[in-house]
Design a protein around this ligand. Structure first.
Ligand SMILES: *Cc1c(COP(=O)(O)O)cnc(C)c1O
Length: 382
C-alpha cells in the first residue's frame, strides 16, 4: 500500500457517511490520458483539494505514477503539497500576494504571471535567496479571465529580461469551449496563442501549455509541451455524460451511507420540513444520515435517488441539514444499517456525478467538490 494512502486511512471511518476514493481508477485514468497526450509533460490539476479527492494523496499517487507537475489555485495549497513530499513542479494558477514572495521562492513554487506588478518583488527575493525563479506567463486568448494581451507581451518580456533572478520558463492560456469538439472557439484561441508564442523567439526551453481535459481529449493539435488535466483524471468527461459509451475513464469517487431507521407511514402523511411531499399510499421510508451539510444538496429534495439493495429509492420531501428520507416501499427487506449509495454503483446500477449535476443544473466538477470536501475520505483499490 502507498505510504500516502496508508497514512490517510489510519483514522478509522467513524461517520456513517464515507467518500471512497478508488486509487486504481485514478492511476488508470492517468495512464489513459498520458497515452492519449502527445505532449512530453503532464500536469495534474489538484486545485480544490483535487476536485474533492484529497490533494496530497492524489498528488503523491500521481507523482509515483510519473506525473511531472501539479496545478493548484493558491500558494497555501502549493506549500501543503511540498510538505506532503511532492517534489515535482507546482504551478499556482492565481499567482501570489506580494507579501508572500519569500514562501514562493523558499518552496520553489512556480507562479503563473498575468500582471507585471509582482515581478520586481519576486526578483528581489530570488536574488536575496540566491535562486533563479522560473515563471510562466498567462495570456488571454478568449477566456477573458486572467492573462496578458498580445500588445503587452514585448514589454513584459523585456521587463523580465532586465530583472535578475527571474526567467520565463512557460507560457499558458486557457480555452473557454474545449469541452465541445464541434466548437470553432478552441482553434481560434489556439491560433491566438501561437501568435503570443511566436513572440518568444528562440526560447526553446519555454514550456507551452494550453490543453485542459477537453482539449486533451478532443484537440490533439493543442497538446504542445504539456497538458493540464483535471476532471478527466477523476473519471468524468468535461462536457458531461459519456453518451457515446467510450468507457475510457472511471469515476474515482463514490459516496455511501447507512440506513438509520425504517418507518411505516400511512397514506396522506406529510414528510420532512414544510410537508412538501405527502404520501399517496401506505409507504415505507428509510431515514438516511445525509443532508446538505454533507454535500448532498438541498436542491435534490424530491428529485434525488439513492441505491439500496441494488434498487433506486427516491428522495421524499426536503433534504435536511444532516438527514433525508427515501422511499423504500418497493424494495424488499430494507433494514437499519443497510448500505445506501448516493454516488457510485451498487448491484447493476450506478449513480454518477453527471446524474446529480443534471438534477441540480450544474456540472460534475461542482458535485465532486461538494461531496468530496464535506466528508471523510477513505482510499481503496491500491
Ligand atoms: C482547472 C483548470 C484546468 C483543468 O480543467 P479540466 O477541465 O478540469 O481538465 C486547466 N487549466 C486551468 C488554467 C484551470 O484553471
Amino acid at each position: 500500500m502507498d505510504a500516502a494512502v496508508r497514512q490517510a486511512n489510519t483514522d478509522t471511518c467513524v461517520s456513517f457517511n464515507t467518500v471512497q476514493i478508488d486509487v486504481k481508477a485514478l492511476r488508470d485514468n492517468y495512464t489513459f490520458l498520458r497515452k492519449k497526450s502527445r505532449a512530453e509533460l503532464f500536469l495534474a490539476m489538484v486545485k480544490a483539494n483535487a476536485y474533492g479527492h484529497d490533494m496530497a494523496v492524489c498528488a503523491q499517487i500521481l507523482e509515483q505514477a510519473g506525473c511531472d507537475a501539479f496545478g493548484v489555485a493558491e500558494l497555501p495549497e502549493a506549500i501543503a503539497l511540498r510538505e506532503a513530499g511532492v517534489r515535482g513542479k507546482i504551478l499556482v494558477m492565481l499567482g501570489f500576494a506580494p507579501q508572500n514572495v519569500e514562501e514562493m521562492v523558499t518552496y520553489d513554487i512556480t507562479p503563473l504571471i498575468y500582471d507585471s506588478g509582482c515581478l520586481e518583488g519576486l526578483s528581489r527575493e530570488a536574488v536575496r535567496q540566491n535562486k533563479e525563479v522560473g515563471i510562466h506567463l498567462k495570456v488571454n486568448t478568449g477566456m477573458c479571465r486572467l492573462g496578458f494581451e498580445l500588445p503587452q507581451l514585448q514589454d513584459v518580456l523585456s521587463a523580465i529580461a532586465r530583472l535578475p533572478g527571474l526567467s520565463v520558463c512557460g507560457m499558458a492560456t486557457h480555452f473557454p469551449e474545449a469541452d465541445d469538439p464541434l466548437s470553432s472557439s478552441t482553434r481560434e484561441c489556439f491560433a491566438r496563442f501561437n501568435s503570443f508564442a511566436a513572440q518568444l523567439g528562440d526560447m526553446p526551453h519555454v514550456i507551452r501549455h494550453v490543453a485542459n481535459s477537453g482539449a486533451t481529449l478532443y484537440f490533439p493539435e493543442t497538446h504542445r509541451d504539456m497538458v493540464r488535466c483535471g476532471i478527466s483524471l477523476y473519471g468524468y468527461y468535461p462536457e458531461g455524460r459519456d453518451t457515446q459509451n467510450r468507457n475510457e475513464l472511471q469515476p474515482v469517487m463514490s459516496f455511501s451511507t447507512r440506513v438509520l431507521q425504517v418507518r411505516e407511514v400511512e397514506a396522506g402523511v406529510p414528510v420532512s420540513y414544510g410537508g412538501t411531499y405527502i404520501t399517496s399510499h401506505r409507504s415505507r421510508l428509510a431515514v438516511l444520515p445525509v443532508g446538505y451539510e454533507d454535500g448532498y444538496s438541498r436542491g435534490l429534495s424530491g428529485c434525488g435517488e439513492v441505491l439500496i439493495r441494488g434498487k433506486r429509492a427516491p428522495v421524499r420531501g426536503r433534504i435536511c441539514m444532516n438527514l433525508c428520507m427515501v422511499d423504500v416501499t418497493d424494495i424488499e427487506g430494507v433494514q437499519p444499517y443497510d448500505e445506501a449509495v448516493l454516488l457510485g454503483s451498487q448491484g447493476d446500477d450506478r449513480i454518477d456525478a453527471d446524474d446529480l449535476a443534471e438534477k441540480l443544473g450544474t456540472i460534475s466538477y461542482e458535485i465532486l467538490c461538494m461531496i468530496g470536501n464535506n466528508n471523510r475520505r477513505c482510499f481503496v483499490g491500491q
